[in-house]
Design a protein around this ligand. Structure first.
Ligand SMILES: C[S@@+](CC[C@H](N)C(=O)[O-])C[C@H]1O[C@@H](n2cnc3c(N)ncnc32)[C@H](O)[C@@H]1O
Length: 258
């Protein structure tokens, strides 16, 4: 697998802080220290993102999608997206992409899929969508529907890096019948916690919360499937949700390209 990727342990990194929040083991002191200072609701949001990934992947797979492009994969956390997709279609093809070299160290875990399916890993930056599309074309058939998963990644793309242009470029490359599954931090109604998050997380890691209206713009030109863009725990929930679950700092939606 070539030279070992360089991992900067002097500064916290989103994938490793997220791993800490999910109770994983692949993070350093600097990540743990930040994870302990950010509002507790981000831990819940991390678990809800994973649960949404499972529901959205299962739902689009049940709607006939057999190809998946997951950008901002994160450190493997079972079940990973390919396990969910190949649980529905053993021959499903999954391409993962992330820009954190630590994920490359785990690529072997990500690359173990079903014998009849395929899982591939690309180290790439979403801010260069054409590079990702070009490499994904080597493994996915862009004439057949693809689910593009952008789960908890777009808040790391601040306005200066043209987040809407990035998503448009990716969606433009997809054929009709494809889906966009996206979640995003939304601090509407969380003024106090938002301030704490800014003082801790966002001062260490470049990131930007967006309003529900701003998140909706990522789906421009696509048709939201039911129930639309909602608080993440509410998207096609498969278990009873806690009272007040709609007051959640993360939104989720799945939309189809007609
Ligand atoms: C919060 S984690 C989400 C992981 C996974 N999607 C999930 O929901 O469980 C965000 C991931 O996005 C990746 N990421 C952040 N900025 C990125 C960029 N510019 N290009 C590619 N990946 C990026 C991070 O390395 C991290 O693995």
């Amino acid at each position: 697998m070539g030279a070992k990727p360089r991992v900067d342990t002097s500064r916290p990194h989103p994938a490793r802080v997220y791993d800490y929040l999910l109770g994983g083991k692949d993070h350093y002191e600097v990540d743990r220290e930040l994870g302990e200072r950010i509002p507790e609701f981000m831990r819940l949001a991390a678990h809800e993102n994973r649960a949404f990934m499972r529901r959205a992947t299962t739902w689009t797979a049940n709607n006939g999608v057999t190809q998946f492009l997951d950008i901002g994969t994160g450190i493997p956390t079972a079940p990973n997206l390919h396990q969910v997709a190949q649980g529905v279609h053993p021959a499903a093809r999954v391409v993962y992409a992330d820009n954190d070299p630590i994920i490359m160290r785990h690529a072997e875990a990500l690359l173990v899929g079903t014998p009849e399916g395929a899982t591939e890993y690309i180290e790439a930056d979403i801010r260069e969508p054409q590079v990702i599309i070009e490499q994904a074309r080597e493994h996915l058939d862009f004439e057949q529907p693809i689910t593009l998963s952008l789960i908890a990644i777009m808040h790391f793309i601040v306005d200066a890096h043209d987040p809407y242009g990035v998503v448009r470029a990716l969606v433009d490359a997809l054929p009709r019948g494809s889906y966009l599954a996206l979640t995003h931090v939304c601090l509407d109604g969380f003024a106090e916690e938002g301030e704490k998050l800014n003082k801790t997380y966002t001062s260490a890691i470049e990131a930007q919360s967006r309003s529900r209206t701003e998140i909706e713009r990522f789906f421009d030109g696509l048709e939201q499937v039911e129930p639309g863009l909602v608080a993440t725990p509410l998207w096609r929930k498969d278990a009873p949700v806690q009272p007040g679950a709609e007051h959640h700092p993360n939104y989720a939606g799945v939309a189809v390209k007609r």
